[in-house]
Design a protein around this ligand. Structure first.
Ligand code: ZN
Length: 466
C-alpha cells in the first residue's frame, strides 16, 4: 500500500518541478543577455547613424513619397542580405517572419516600428552629431538652436553618456529610426546566434506613421501577433499601456432651397439654425477639452462647414476622445436623441456618419503583455514606468485594424519633430536589450492549449530562411 502511494507522490513532485522549470517560472530562469547585448551595442549605433542619412519623409498629400520608397528598398535589401526572406508589400510595408524554434506552442510575438519621418521639419541631408561622454553643457547647434537642461530636463541624466543630435539644420529622425535600428539589429543578432530560443516572431516596419496612416495597408502583411510591442516610445522605462479611443462624428443637416420670403409656401428651410442648436447641445462646457486631464476624455465641436456655400446644407464635425469606449457611445446616444428632436422641430433632415480613428490598446491586449514587458525591462536593468497616452499611437491605429492591442516601448528618441531632436544612445541600447529579453519571455509562455495556426491568405506567408 505504502510503496505505490510514495511513487505516485514523487511522480507528482517531479512533474511539478519539471513544469515549473519549463513553464513561465521566475525571471531568474531566463538567460542573461548582458554580454550578447553589449556585443551589438556599437553595431546598433552605427546602424542608427547610417539610417539618419536616409531621407524618408512622409507627406500628407501623397500615398507614398519617393524618399520612402527608396528607404524601404534599402531596408529590404539589408534584411535580405542578413539571410532572411523578407517581404516588401505593394504599399511598402517591410515584413519578416521567424518560425519558432521551441518544441511547443507559444503566443506569436510581434514587433513594429516605422521608417518614415515627419514632413514638418526638414529631413534631407541629416548630419548626425555624436557627443561622447556628454559634459552637461548646453548643446549649441546651427541656426541658434540650443538643447539644454531648461528645454530638456531629462538631458541631465545623460552626463557622461552618448547623446546624438542633428547639426541644427534638420531633424535627427530618431523617430523612428531608433525603432527600425533596433528591429534590424535584433534580426542580425538572431541570425548570428541561432541558439537563441524564441517562439514565432513577426516584425513589421511601416511607412506613413507620421502622417497618421501607418495602419492603412497593414492587411497586406501577415502581421497578426498575439502579443505585440511597438518600438517608438521615448524616455528610458516608458511603456505605453493605454491611449484614447478616438472617433470623428459628422452631422449633416439638410434643409431645402427656395426664396426665404415665401418659405411658408415653398418649404425653404435654412440648415444653420438647427445646426447651431445641435452644436450647442452637443458641445457642452463640461465636455470641452479645456479642463480635461488624467483619465478624463472630452468631446468637442471641431468645426462647422457650409457645404458648397448653400444655406440649405450645414455640416458639424465633432471629435470624441476617451479611454473608455462607453463614454463615446453614451455621447453618441445623447447627440442622436438631440439630433432627432432638432430635425423634427426645424423640419430638416439630419444624418450622422461615424469615423473610428484609433482605439485604446488596453481594450484587447494579451493577458501576459504587461508581465512580459515588466520582466524584459527589469532584466535589462530598466525600471518600468507604465503610462497612458492622452492621444493616439501607432499601436492604437494597428489596434483598430487588427483588433489586437500592443504596448509602446521606449527607444531613446527625444524631442521628435524638432530641430532640437536628440537621441540617448544608452536608452536605444537598453530598448534593444529589452527586445532581446522579450524573445525568451514570450518563448517561456507555453500556451495551455495548442493554438490553431492563424489563417493567412495563401501565398502571403514567407518563412524565414533558416
Ligand atoms: Zn514615431
Amino acid at each position: 500500500m505504502i510503496k505505490p502511494f510514495r511513487t505516485l507522490m514523487w511522480t507528482a513532485v517531479a512533474t511539478l518541478l519539471a513544469a515549473s522549470m519549463s513553464y513561465a517560472g521566475g525571471i531568474n530562469h531566463r538567460p542573461d543577455h548582458t554580454t550578447l547585448a553589449a556585443k551589438y551595442r556599437p553595431v546598433l549605433l552605427e546602424r542608427f547613424l547610417k539610417y539618419t542619412t536616409y531621407d524618408s519623409q512622409s507627406d500628407n498629400d501623397q500615398d507614398i513619397t519617393p524618399e520612402q520608397i527608396e528607404t524601404a528598398q534599402k531596408l529590404y535589401e539589408e534584411i535580405k542580405a542578413l539571410g532572411y526572406k523578407v517581404q516588401l508589400t505593394p504599399h511598402y510595408y517591410i515584413y519578416v517572419e521567424l518560425p519558432s524554434n521551441v518544441p511547443y506552442p507559444t503566443p506569436v510575438l510581434g514587433f513594429s516600428s516605422h521608417y518614415d519621418t515627419t514632413p514638418d521639419v526638414p529631413g534631407k541631408n541629416i548630419h548626425a552629431n555624436v557627443i561622447n561622454k556628454y559634459d552637461g553643457k548646453p548643446i549649441v547647434l546651427k541656426n541658434g538652436h540650443v538643447i539644454d537642461f531648461n528645454s530638456d530636463p531629462y538631458l541631465k541624466q545623460m552626463i557622461g553618456k552618448t547623446v546624438v543630435t542633428s547639426d541644427g539644420t534638420t531633424m535627427l529622425s530618431g523617430d523612428d529610426k531608433a525603432g527600425v535600428s533596433i528591429m534590424v539589429t535584433l534580426l542580425q543578432t538572431l541570425k548570428e546566434n541561432p541558439k537563441l530560443k524564441h517562439g514565432k516572431v513577426q516584425i513589421v516596419i511601416t511607412p506613413n506613421e507620421d502622417v497618421g496612416r501607418s495602419a492603412d495597408y497593414i492587411e497586406e502583411t501577415p502581421y497578426r501577433p498575439d502579443i505585440a510591442f511597438d518600438f517608438d516610445g521615448k524616455v528610458n522605462g516608458d511603456v505605453t499601456v493605454g491611449n484614447f479611443n478616438a472617433e470623428k462624428v459628422i452631422y449633416r443637416v439638410t434643409g431645402k432651397n427656395g426664396h426665404q420670403s415665401h418659405a411658408a409656401e415653398n418649404g425653404y428651410r435654412n440648415a444653420w439654425a438647427p445646426a447651431c442648436e445641435l452644436g450647442a447641445a452637443c458641445a457642452r462646457e463640461e465636455w470641452l477639452p479645456n479642463n480635461s486631464t488624467g483619465n478624463q476624455g472630452y468631446a468637442e465641436l471641431h468645426h462647422m462647414n457650409m457645404v458648397n456655400g448653400q444655406m440649405s446644407q450645414a455640416e458639424l464635425d465633432f471629435r470624441l476622445r476617451s479611454f473608455r469606449q462607453s463614454d463615446i457611445d453614451a455621447w453618441k446616444d445623447y447627440a442622436q436623441t438631440k439630433a432627432d428632436a432638432i430635425a423634427q422641430k426645424y423640419d430638416v433632415k439630419i444624418e450622422r456618419e461615424v469615423f473610428k480613428q484609433y482605439q485604446n490598446v488596453a481594450e484587447n491586449v494579451h493577458p501576459m503583455a504587461r508581465k512580459v514587458a515588466d520582466n524584459a525591462l527589469r532584466r535589462a536593468g530598466v525600471t518600468p514606468s507604465f503610462k497612458e497616452e492622452r492621444a493616439g499611437t501607432t499601436a492604437s491605429m494597428l489596434m483598430l485594424k487588427l483588433g489586437k492591442g500592443a504596448y509602446t516601448i521606449f527607444t531613446g528618441q527625444q524631442n521628435a519633430h524638432n530641430f532640437t531632436e536628440w537621441l540617448s544612445e544608452e536608452d536605444m541600447f537598453k530598448s534593444y536589450w529589452v527586445a532581446l529579453n522579450m524573445l525568451d519571455e514570450v518563448a517561456s509562455q507555453r500556451e495551455p492549449d495548442p493554438i490553431p495556426a492563424p489563417s493567412h491568405k495563401p501565398g502571403y506567408i514567407i518563412p524565414a530562411a533558416r
